[in-house]
Structure formats: structure tokens, C-alpha cells
Design a protein around this ligand. Structure first.
Ligand SMILES: [Zn+2]
Length: 64
């Protein structure tokens, strides 16, 4: 029996609209396989950007 080693799923990023091949070890992979039609997720880049922006907003702004 051979395992599906290079399991990938095509998913579209909700934020940038790009389609990515999400590898089987991605944290959202399982979630994506459950979305039968047009699987969507937030890609790593957008994830990072969102988190980064959230951090920026949390920081108190210094008055210049
Ligand atoms: Zn994206």
C-alpha cells in the first residue's frame, strides 16, 4: 500500500485571490479537503500581513 505522499489541493486565497497548491502538511489542508466546492483559505503571505498589521494596530502610536 502506498501512501499519498504529495497530496496537494488547489485552494484560492480569500484575500489576494491567488490560487495555491496547498501541500498535505499545511495546517489548513484538512479544512480545505472538507470544502468540496472552491476551497478557500488565507495564504501564508496574507496571513503574515494580517498578523503583522494587527500587531501594528495594537502598538500605541507615538505622537510625533
Ligand atoms: Zn493571499
Amino acid at each position: 500500500m502506498s501512501k499519498p505522499q504529495s497530496a496537494e489541493i488547489n485552494a484560492r486565497c480569500l484575500m489576494c485571490g491567488k490560487t495555491y497548491e496547498v501541500p498535505g502538511d499545511h495546517k489548513d489542508y484538512k479544512k480545505l479537503t472538507e470544502q468540496k466546492i472552491d476551497p478557500t483559505f488565507i495564504c501564508d503571505q496574507c496571513n503574515y500581513r494580517v498578523r503583522h498589521e494587527a500587531d501594528e494596530q495594537k502598538k500605541p502610536k507615538k505622537p510625533i
